[in-house]
Design a protein around this ligand. Structure first.
Ligand SMILES: Nc1ncnc2c1ncn2[C@@H]1O[C@H](COP(=O)(O)OP(=O)(O)O)[C@@H](O)[C@H]1O
Ligand SMILES: [Mg+2]
Length: 258
């Protein structure tokens, strides 16, 4: 695609043609992190109606940025765009190298990030099958993942953001939810999230588990370590909130042996 045509299409995706100011946060972040591949990928989705417009920045991270947008049918979407240059390269490489589902690991960082994004998409598809509430995955290509938008007018808050408004019984329910997720994933899905915490649970008409990039399958050699970590993090967090939690080590043994 020609450079100027591509730039025009990106402006359209960002809504810059009509109303948006060039100094908006959205524009700044897009300018800073969208390389040529990202632009081409967004243009690809734009032409297919999967992304009509991106209108806001939900989150900026070391590894990815998440945008709020809308598709051609007017449905709202969340678009996770992985940075093609990230300081997290080593960590990503190690996680992928341990995953038995990944056959070939590209040496090129950009391509490695594509594998990472595809893995998150597959993890979302897999988790949904085991009755875990997650953003429904819609499409992925290269470093761009499109999923269901979780939220109302605004993006849903994380558990961490709303904890001060919650009561003991809410924490008890959320603890049961989190432990139920860990157990169902492990026992029925042969899978572990690996980063389950108050930062990766959104609250919108109940809890929704996000951020599946590091999730993996049981037969991964590090899966036990990840399971133990999820159990420890969840237990520590909810214990501090006054919930009577089960002993995570006991739970670990029960899951692994049972
Ligand atoms: N589907 C979604 N709907 C609404 N907000 C989302 C969605 N996915 C992610 N977010 C927001 O973006 C933030 C970062 O997403 P996440 O997948 O956790 O990436 P990371 O933590 O690796 O940057 C989340 O904390 C959440 O606030
Ligand atoms: Mg996260």
């Amino acid at each position: 695609m020609r450079e100027d045509a591509l730039e025009r299409e990106i402006e359209e995706i960002l809504g810059l043609r009509e109303r948006r100011e060039k100094d908006s946060e959205l524009y700044k972040i897009a300018n800073e992190v969208f390389d040529r591949t990202t632009k081409e990928t967004l243009a690809y989705f734009h032409r297919r109606g999967k992304i009509k417009e991106l209108y806001g920045v939900i989150s900026t991270g070391k590894e990815a940025n998440v945008f709020a947008g809308v598709d051609d049918r007017g449905e709202r979407i969340a678009v996770k765009i992985y940075r093609t240059y990230t300081t997290e390269f080593r960590r990503i490489w190690e996680y992928l190298a341990a995953d038995p589902r990944i056959g070939y690991l590209p040496k090129d960082m950009r391509k490695l990030v594509f594998v990472w994004a595809r893995r998150e998409f597959k993890n979302l598809q897999r988790a949904i099958k085991y009755a875990v509430r997650v953003p429904e995955p819609r499409a992925f290509r290269n470093n761009v993942l499109i999923m269901e938008f979780i939220g109302g007018e605004l993006p849903a808050p994380r558990l961490k953001d709303v904890e001060k408004d919650l009561e003991k019984t809410d924490f008890e329910e959320l603890y049961d939810f989190a432990m139920g997720v860990i157990e169902r994933l492990w026992k029925r899905g042969d899978m572990v999230h690996g980063d389950l915490s108050e930062y990766n649970i959104l609250i919108h008409e109940g809890p929704v588990v996000i951020d599946w990039s590091q999730a993996t399958v049981k037969r991964n050699r590090v899966s036990l370590e990840l399971l133990r970590r999820d159990l420890a993090n969840v237990s520590n967090y909810f214990r501090k909130k006054g919930v009577e939690v089960e002993d995570p080590e006991e739970k670990f043994r029960e899951l692994v042996e049972g």
